[in-house]
Design a protein. Structure first.
Length: 330
């Protein structure tokens, strides 16, 4: 099999361009999911049950796929054998490398809690900072299936520009401590997203070298995340009581399907481009889609301000600074 090391430079560049384009589409789906889950959380009056519904519907879709597709079941079997006997082949997967769903659960819960208040654009720009910094560390430590990646000057510069972009985008929140606190949550979710992408990529590689491995990684991710959210929901139910009645709009229940697509796609793409480039491409898609969503389908009464637009554009500059030279070197 041709490896990255022996593949011609033009072929490697093409794979990276395809991977970056796919990551851009993944990011757009994240923005759409944020809009859906934020609206659902607002209508229920509680972000936790909204997140549980999103993960539950996604898990249901994946369980149906698993029942129908033997390749996915074989992949899950490989993952299970690897956890039981990590030193006897099957990729040497450890149990903790199957916990990416916890980070995904936190992201979805954060969407449901904050987006209806701060808007999609501020939510995602704040997540850029956490994801950009975390992906640098994750790639350097070699958590992802692509192995350790170097800390270059351009990568560090791109992450630094992303931080400035976030500061600019949330600058108007500084006079409103509650809003600023809500902006911290997506930043933490961004940190978890980079770790999630890395370890889901390892699960996908262990499951199978084909597309079934990515779907199997999605099953593991959603199963773990659903269990985590279910425990949180039980506590939330005891403390806050039942949420409001379920809304009747069908589109509010498609957040889980969006999650199934982008989690499985990310598990496949990260094996090609690494965590950092995947994160940057995802960020670009999120930012552009979120800006259009807040302009034309806003979830709050707050208008899209100049600092938010400027922060979004600056974050896209961060993507170009860090990603384009990387593609040029391949």
């Amino acid at each position: 099999m041709t490896t990255t090391a022996t593949r011609p430079a033009g072929s490697t560049r093409q794979h990276h361009l395809v991977g970056l384009t796919s990551a851009f589409g993944i990011g757009m789906l994240v923005a759409v999911q944020s809009r859906i889950n934020g609206e659902l959380g607002g209508k229920l009056g509680d972000g936790i049950p909204a997140a549980l519904i999103s993960f539950g519907t996604g898990l249901l879709v994946l369980l149906v796929v698993t029942a129908l597709v033997p390749g996915v079941r074989r992949g899950l079997g490989n993952v299970w054998r690897s956890i039981r006997r990590p030193m006897r082949g099957y990729g040497g997967l450890r149990w903790w490398q199957c916990t990416g769903g916890v980070a995904g659960a936190f992201l979805v819960a954060t969407q449901s809690i904050t987006v209806s208040v701060i808007g999609v654009a501020v939510f995602l720009v704040a997540g850029v900072a956490g994801q950009a910094i975390s992906s640098l560390v994750v790639d350097r430590l070699g958590f992802g299936p692509a192995g350790p990646q170097p800390l270059t000057t351009l990568r560090i510069a791109g992450a630094a520009v992303a931080l400035v972009a976030v500061a600019l985008a949330v600058s108007e929140q500084l006079s409103h401590p509650d809003g600023l606190l809500l902006a911290v949550l997506p930043a933490l979710a961004g940190v978890g997203t980079a770790v999630q992408q890395a370890i889901n990529g390892r699960v996908a590689r262990t499951a199978s070298s084909d597309a079934y491995g990515a779907v199997a990684a999605g099953v593991v991710n959603f199963f773990v995340g659903f269990l985590a959210l279910l425990l949180v929901f039980v506590v939330d139910l005891a403390l806050r009581g039942a949420p409001k009645a379920l809304p009747g709009e069908p589109w509010l229940y498609f957040g889980g399907l969006c999650g199934v697509i982008f989690i499985s796609a990310a598990a496949a793409v990260v094996r090609v481009v690494g965590v950092f480039v995947l994160g940057l491409g995802t960020i670009a898609g999120q930012l552009i889609a979120s800006l259009f969503i807040d302009l034309f389908l806003p979830v709050s009464a707050k208008p899209v301000t100049t600092p938010v637009v400027a922060g979004t554009l600056l974050a896209l500059v961060a993507v170009a600074v860090a990603a384009v030279p990387n593609l040029r070197r391949t």
